[in-house]
Design a protein around this ligand. Structure first.
Ligand SMILES: NC(=O)c1ccc[n+]([C@@H]2O[C@H](COP(=O)([O-])OP(=O)(O)OC[C@H]3O[C@@H](n4cnc5c(N)ncnc54)[C@H](O)[C@@H]3O)[C@@H](O)[C@H]2O)c1
Ligand SMILES: O=C(O)CC[C@@H](O)C(=O)O
Length: 387
């Protein structure tokens, strides 16, 4: 029986993927895998049994990736599974930033006892007038699953779109409209955009992307949308820019106590991915990734290990997680030299310092051979699978 521990609410449609070989719940002990959304796992008590963590979502800044890699724990995410939900909310955010709908609604809510409301609305409305987004320039920072969709849709709203992503993937580049101006220098985007929307991951290198210096490059009255992570913008610098009028509106899915009540901040309680559709997509993808890894050793959509996946050929599989250095494969296959077993298929993939080797055999290898493999210097984990 495989044990799956849940942190956060995981959509039932995803949990329904697990068959009776799995025990799944929040109180499970000695878990083989964890499924998590936004819960902070930085102080996780790593059980010896733990082999995988699946993030039902995109951002993995709530997981200590280095600690997981050192322990041979595979971390997955679910790329693109919630991107449509976020894209749609970003467009609500663009409209909230350009028309003062937010304060207008707040005012209407205070008028329940006003018998003259219809007349007063006509007097009051000039206070909440705004601008149109058509014809304005949108700068998209991060052209991944979400950024690409936002950029392409903004063109259809008649916006000029600039995109910046020094690491854009080939697939995403293919999906991006040729009308998006791909800028090579972030500064160019910051200095020309009327609206800036952030769609990059929070990492040490991207923390405080929006700060005093980058704000100084921006147009006066720029509108900034942050549906990526709070830490991408420096709160103190943002407050100063809001107070001076440098930033006209800050729409954020990650409200902080410092900014939440500022009149020019539109705070949203992390709703980007909160749709039934997106929660189900993420849960299904996360469940499938965990099952594929625990049952077949296949790694799909990992953020810290090489992706390696092959149909189970043969009747016996050995998966070895090891250092990415010379002579590892020969040492691993040497362990099987005394076996009367043929290697039917061998796959080796690497990512940075870690490599992963899948060996499909036509016969079961002995316990001694597996123990020998585990003792090779640089081997982190050996798992065996039988059909
Ligand atoms: N508000 C929400 O509920 C919600 C939902 C999903 C994702 N997110 C956040 O949005 C982020 C993006 O999600 P995604 O699904 O598009 O992820 P993604 O991995 O598909 O795209 C991220 C893109 O950012 C790019 N990038 C990395 N460093 C960069 C840098 N320094 N400058 C510019 N671009 C850089 C990458 O090359 C990649 O193309 C996630 O990391 C997560 O933090 C928030
Ligand atoms: O799980 C959520 O609700 C939010 C997920 C989102 O922040 C993500 O990074 O995918």
């Amino acid at each position: 029986m495989y044990k799956i521990k849940l942190y956060n609410n995981i959509a039932q449609k995803g949990l329904d993927r697990f068959n009776d070989q799995f025990e799944v719940g929040t109180d499970v002990e000695a878990e083989d895998a964890i499924i998590v959304r936004s819960a902070n796992l930085h102080d996780l008590d790593y059980k010896d049994t733990l082999k995988a963590i699946a993030r039902a979502g995109a951002g993995v800044n709530n997981i200590d990736l280095d600690a997981c890699t050192q322990r041979g724990i595979v971390v997955f995410n679910t790329p693109g599974a919630n991107s449509n939900a976020v894209k749609e909310l970003v467009f609500a955010g663009l409209l909230l930033a350009s028309r003062d709908i937010y304060h207008g609604i707040e005012w209407c809510k205070t008028q329940a006892d006003n018998d003259n409301l219809a007349k007063d609305v006509e007097k009051q409305k000039k206070k909440y007038a705004g601008n149109e987004i058509t014809g304005k320039t949108l700068g998209v920072v991060g052209l991944g699953a979400i950024g690409i969709q936002v950029a392409n849709l903004a063109l259809r709203f008649g916006m000029q779109v600039e995109g910046y992503d020094p690491y854009i993937s080939v697939d995403n580049a293919w999906s991006m409209s040729r009308w998006v101006n791909h800028v090579k220098d972030e500064k160019e985007l910051f200095s020309t955009a009327d609206y800036i929307t952030l769609h990059l991951p929070l990492m040490d290198s991207t923390k405080n992307t929006i700060n005093k210096d980058t704000l100084a490059l921006m147009k006066d009255g720029v509108k900034i949308l942050n549906f990526a992570r709070g830490g991408l913008a420096n709160d103190e610098d943002m407050l100063e820019a809001l107070n001076s009028g440098k930033v006209a509106v800050y729409v954020t899915d990650f409200p902080s106590p410092l900014l939440a009540s500022h009149p020019n901040v539109v705070p949203i309680p992390h709703l980007g991915a909160s749709t039934d559709e997106s929660e189900e997509n993420c849960a299904i993808k996360a469940a499938d990734e965990v099952m594929e890894y625990l049952m077949n050793g296949n790694i799909i959509n990992s953020v810290n290990m090489p992706n390696a996946s092959a149909p189970f050929s043969g009747s016996y599989r050995i998966c070895v997680m090891h250092d990415n250095k010379p002579k590892m494969i020969s040492q691993i296959t040497d362990c099987l030299a005394q076996e009367d077993a043929n290697i039917e298929n061998l796959l080796n993939k690497s990512k940075k310092e870690i490599a992963y080797t899948i060996l499909d055999l036509d016969h079961k290898a002995s316990k001694e051979s597996i123990e020998k493999m585990k003792k090779i210097s640089g081997v982190h984990r050996v798992e065996v699978y039988e059909k």
